[in-house]
Design a binder for this molecule. Sequence first.
Ligand code: GLN
Length: 203
Amino acid sequence: MTTRIGVIGLQGDVEEHAIALEKTLAERGALGEVVKIKHRGLVSSCDALVIPGGESTTIGRLMEREHIISEVKVAVEDHAIPILGTCAGMVLLAKEGDEEVAKTGQPLLGLMDVKVKRNAFGRQRESFEIMLPMRIFEEPFPAVFIRAPAITHAAERVEVLATFGELIVAAQQRNVIALSFHPELTDDRRIHHYFLDLVEYAE
Ligand code: GLN
């Protein structure tokens, strides 16, 4: 059985995710392929989806223009396909955004019952790395934050996987995972493995 993982490939760190996923598949000895989704018609053939970091406004608008948003919603809501959103991807997965998100009028997919703050760490802390304790791992995860968003409110059915101060920086709602940080920029592939575990259990 070949696992087909679609990375929304319109803008942002698409290549980094594709490489991390390929390495993760190889480490698991799993048959699989990574496809970059740039237009409609590909989502429904994927077993898992990733929305990378980048500019959520740009990615959202391009997804809208290419008519990918509704395809992703059907795959995730109706077919329970696992989806991972990192950084800008977290913003896009959310049901609600802060004033900054509202101002840009960017489309949100609304796949996770959370409210996000788009630039949650302010200008002074544009980018930083911390060893982040996460509920799903015994050892902390090297988390790289770049102009990162965070979750400020989450519905009860959302499982909080990690917090930083008052903010939620990793969360899961069944088949939907949202991260403020960029696991694809480190060599630690535990999150990608955790994500592909969801795909295997779903099969
Ligand atoms: N704050 C950015 C946005 O919402 C995300 C930054 C990133 O993905 N590194 O678009």
